[in-house]
Design a binder for this molecule. Sequence first.
Ligand code: ZN
Length: 163
Amino acid sequence: MKFVPMNFQNRKTNCCYCSESLSPKLYSLSIENFELPFCIACGEAFKASSQKANPLALSLFIELKKRGVSAHLEKWNGDQTVDISIEEAKVNIEVEAGQHNFSADQAMRNLLGALLAFKRGYLTLRIPNSLVKYNLQHTADLITEFLTETKEPVENDSILWQR
Ligand SMILES: [Zn+2]
């Protein structure tokens, strides 16, 4: 299936990690391999992190990148590896595997992880894997909207307070 991500139409010749300009040939090759435009170095880095990633987190990551979100996959934040991290919105996304619901220890580790991240100014968004599995496009749309809201608090602040 030939697929050109909508959000890359205006900058389709640039790497979606480092913005390096890509030749049309490298662009097509990268889309074919990864569904996303990467330069050689970023493509290699993405390949390595995608092999470690939870497959559903990877699917969600790809959809967020297609929507122009500056997300990073399998990001080490000093305490833990986060499934997807969006630095500019200060949001971490964890895609929850089913067994997390059944382990009190895991739930406590998640809460502690969220607390540590919050102390660094990061909000942790936990997305159940069933949402990614069965409703990927809508989930990615809503998260993108969430991130847009998170990024623009200053301009809307006065309007919010007037209500
Ligand atoms: Zn790059």
